[in-house]
Design a protein. Structure first.
Length: 362
């Protein structure tokens, strides 16, 4: 396996520059709509600023694995295509925060809370909460539309864009339907490990890693057989990525994650971690956790619930699952490189990304 190392900081800056240029185009287009459209665009720029850019990176290196690292005009086109996945991600986050009634995102007010506060501060008519919700729905829809537009207009020929859009269409259907599965699980107030895993796979794992890799590979001319082989890398890694997110949602440091302590517990998330805990904990502990999920929790109560999760072994079990899935993904990548001749530098970068996605602290 290649010892190639890539610079994620430089890559993130390039993705931001691509997004900034695209949003500048949209700002010019929407200028005739006046000050309210400008406020929406200001929030759009905030929602696509920062972040780890994993989806863009997996798209870029999925392309490179099949066709080599892009250069010249192709590099600019692939950069635009990769950035489109960050617009999709931003759309999902805006809608997700609204559905979860989250107050913050990356250390700032969630979109619906920000517009709600503006309405209240300006003393406008109507319900500020409803106004904030409407603004978040519309911004999320706009970002979703822009994601499609940026991919279609990335600059490659239709023989490459067409197959990539087929993957992108499937990706969007999966993540939206997966989000509804999640909403329904929370509403029922129960989920088996199997049900929680299905939510994890379709709400997050596929759209975070597998489909971005597929979009990049399709842009490089990969056929169905190659995409299927790349699933052996992308799907288990995506599941490991989300399992890490679930751990951070309970045990993460707010200074690092940008979310309140124990946020998933307060929101009542029926994650794989929670399902494993409810199955393994002592009956009294399981009942305590089940009753506490989705309620206002103080620091001492969050600490108590964390202790229950730790004590029954669920936290360690999820750590072991993450390690096993990450190893499975890397093994599939190395096998694909050996048998399919995937680009060594790209495979080295994908391994680096796999480690970053599963060992992160935020």
């Amino acid at each position: 396996m290649s010892e190639h190392r890539w610079d994620p900081t430089t890559f993130r800056a390039e993705v931001q520059s691509t997004l900034d240029a695209f949003l500048a185009e949209q700002t010019e287009r929407l200028a005739p709509l006046g000050a309210d459209a400008a406020r929406l665009l200001t929030e759009a720029r905030a929602t696509v600023s920062g972040g780890k850019r994993f989806r863009a990176a997996f798209c870029h290196w999925g392309y490179a694995a099949v066709a080599g690292v892009p250069e010249g005009a192709d590099a600019r086109s692939v950069a635009r295509a990769a950035a489109s996945l960050e617009l999709l991600h931003a759309s999902a986050l805006v809608h997700d925060d609204l559905m979860d009634a989250s107050d913050t995102r990356r250390g700032r007010a969630a979109t619906h809370r920000g517009f709600e506060a503006e309405h209240r501060a300006d003393g406008w008519r109507g319900d500020p909460v409803q106004y904030g919700a409407a603004a978040a729905i519309l911004l999320g829809d706009l970002l979703l539309s822009w994601a499609d537009e940026l991919l279609r207009r990335c600059g490659l020929g239709w023989d490459r864009i067409g197959p990539a859009l087929e993957v992108f269409d499937l990706c969007r259907s999966e993540v939206i339907a997966g989000q509804f599965l999640d909403v329904s699980v929370q509403a029922r107030g129960r989920a088996s490990v199997e049900q929680a895993t299905t939510v994890l796979r379709y709400k997050s794992a596929k759209y975070s890693i597998e489909r971005p890799v597929h979009v990049g590979a399709a842009l490089a001319g990969a056929g169905p057989a190659t995409l299927e082989r790349l699933t052996g890398f992308g799907l288990p890694l995506g599941e490991a990525f989300q399992l890490r997110d679930d751990l951070l949602g309970v045990f993460g440091d707010p200074e690092t994650t940008g979310k309140p302590a124990g946020d998933d517990l307060v929101e009542g998330k029926r994650t794989v971690l929670v399902a494993l805990t409810l199955a393994a904990a002592e009956p009294a502990d399981a009942a305590r956790l089940d009753a506490a999920l989705g309620t206002a929790l103080g620091e001492s109560e969050i600490a108590e619930l964390r202790s229950i999760i730790d004590r029954c072994g669920a936290r360690q079990q999820v750590e072991e699952m993450i390690d096993a899935l990450a190893r499975q993904a890397v093994a599939a990548l190395r096998e694909g490189q050996s048998e399919e001749g995937w680009d060594a530098a790209a495979c080295g970068a994908l391994e680096q990304l796999a480690a970053a996605a599963t060992r992160r602290a935020h």
